[in-house]
Design a protein around this ligand. Structure first.
Ligand code: NAD
Length: 490
């Protein structure tokens, strides 16, 4: 038995069911989806694949739960329950991390950080439950008008595979804080942690039916959830085409949407930047999670006088990135699937065919002991034209595109030259230039001298085709409450 087969068997029984109304059940059709360890290509398990009838079953359970014990819990008690979810996640962190490492291929420590973040989301939103206050509106001497924040109803959560457990939590925790109920549809590639997470919620006392999980294919379970007339809000994280389909489906019954979509985020380095700060920031901002992060800084806009030095330092940094199975805790793990590997390799091949030069990487990688894994080398494509496919399209893999710029204004022009607007970064000691960039760039988050430095309590979301609405922080709550205005005449 290989090391990885042994590790998989040691992970114990993996969850392979739908979780509806507190019951672990198979899909009505008995269909299943296989999920694999990206580090070895070995089968982990086959998970129930929900279809229309299963989604309807889950939505009806969530609808009933809206008027059950969940509705009568005092805000303080609901807050305590969410806090307890956070504690329970921390107690189970080793097992959750192991399962998430096996299902996603992430380096173990990175997977652990995402599980910690999951606990943090529940604790953060636990604190807001008894502070969701309304306002009063002055209407004259014989009237009183006040507003209340009331739950929106059943919420649907459709999640991608790149950071599965914490992306479920970042939508679910504020939805529950506001008193809603939910149906979660995890990605086909990574269904396991969502099921385990919802089991923990129920273990600490969240009533059955408040959160239901229906793994399944996007075209079936995801589509049916988006168009279900009893779902009042859909929180979707994924690609732009799917986001548009979800929004169109939600529009059939005028459900609201939060859409967290793709990015091609610019990271600018001006000639006065401290390169000892900038270079590590470019590397982690780009290669974390093997580049499979929507807000990764994938377009490096480098001031021409320092272009060569920056690229030299980056090549050195990239060539010291260790590749390996997540359980060996390398700097970089595999891509999520053979399909994603083929997609990234396709970007590299097409770029080469157009004459783009890779100064390092650009190929699939062979990793000892990981023959069946989906590895791609951390790669840098230099002197990319801003209009090239590598300058405009999201690769969702470890390819950095380097583009030369003349100054900060040129950088702003190029930064804004795609249909995306998720994140942006700049490295400079000149605060005026940094602020000119921050104000001028079309992006939902901007990082000055520290890419990805904001953390999980800061509103996150995209402009333009990168999305609609904000997750994280207090801003996320707006999606999950209706405001009801009550006027009393006396
Ligand atoms: P995807 O759009 O293919 O799938 C995302 C989810 O949508 C999956 O659960 C899938 O099953 C489901 N789905 C697929 N078709 C559907 C349909 N017709 N109706 C409803 N649901 C459907 O995206 P992906 O390839 O899994 O993820 C990668 C994309 O996600 C990238 O573009 C990336 O930038 C984006 N992403 C964005 C963020 C963010 O916060 N902005 C975070 C992570 C990933």
């Amino acid at each position: 038995m290989s090391r990885w087969a042994e590790a998989i068997s040691k992970a114990g029984e993996l969850p392979n069911y739908l979780l509806i109304d507190g019951q672990k059940i198979a899909a009505e059709s008995r269909d299943q989806i296989e999920t694999f360890d990206p580090g070895s290509g070995l089968l982990l398990t086959a998970v129930a694949a929900g279809k229309a009838s299963d989604v309807d079953h889950a939505v009806q359970a969530a609808k009933r739960a809206l008027n059950g014990p969940w509705a009568t819990l005092a805000p303080k008690a609901r807050g305590r329950l969410l806090w307890e979810v956070g504690n329970r996640i921390r107690q189970d962190i080793e097992h959750l991390t192991l399962v998430e490492t096996l299902d996603t291929g992430k380096p173990f420590n990175d997977a652990k950080a995402t599980v910690e973040r999951t606990a943090d989301y529940f604790c953060y939103y636990a604190g807001i439950v008894d502070k969701l206050e309304g306002t009063t509106v002055p209407l004259g001497p014989s009237k009183v008008c006040f507003t209340e924040r009331v739950p929106i109803g059943v919420t649907g959560h459709i999640v991608p595979w790149n950071v599965p457990i914490s992306m479920v939590a970042r939508g679910l925790a504020p939805a529950l804080a506001c008193g809603n109920t939910a149906v979660v549809k995890p990605a086909e590639e990574t269904p396991l942690s969502a099921i385990l997470l919802i089991e923990l919620l129920e273990a600490v006392g969240v009533p059955p039916g408040v959160v239901n999980v229906v793994p399944g294919h996007g075209e079936e379970a995801g589509r049916v959830l988006s168009e279900h007339p009893d779902v009042r809000h859909i929180t979707f994280t994924g690609s732009i085409p799917t986001g548009k389909a979800v929004m169109a489906a939600a529009a059939t019954h005028l459900a609201s949407v939060t859409l967290e979509l793709g990015g091609k985020s610019p990271h600018v380095v001006l000639r006065d930047a401290d390169l000892d700060v900038a270079v590590p920031s470019i590397l982690t901002g780009m290669y974390k999670n093997a580049g499979q992060i929507c807000s990764a800084g994938t377009r490096l806009l480098v001031d021409r006088p320092i272009h060569e030095e920056v690229v030299d330092r980056l090549v050195q940094g990239v060539e010291s990135i260790s590749l390996g199975h997540g359980l060996d805790n390398p700097v970089m793990g595999p891509l999520i699937s053979d399909r994603q590997l083929a997609s990234v390799a396709g970007f590299a091949q097409r770029a080469r065919d157009r004459g783009v030069t890779f100064v390092t990487g650009g190929d699939k990688a062979q990793v000892a002991e990981c023959e069946g894994g989906y590895f791609f080398t951390p790669s840098i494509a230099d002197n990319v034209s801003p209009e090239d496919e590598l300058g405009t399209a999201e690769v969702f893999g470890p390819i950095l595109s380097v583009i030369g710029v003349d100054d900060v204004d040129h950088a702003i022009d190029i930064a804004n030259g795609t249909s995306y607007g998720l994140a942006a970064g700049i490295q400079t000691k000149d605060i005026s230039k940094a602020m000119r960039f921050a104000r001028g760039v079309e992006a939902g988050q901007v990082f000055i001298n520290g890419y990805h430095s904001a953390g999980d309590t800061v509103p996150f979301g995209g402009m333009k085709e990168s999305g609609i609405g904000r997750e994280k922080g207090l801003a996320a709550l707006d999606a999950y409450c209706e405001i009801k205005a009550i006027t009393v005449t006396f």
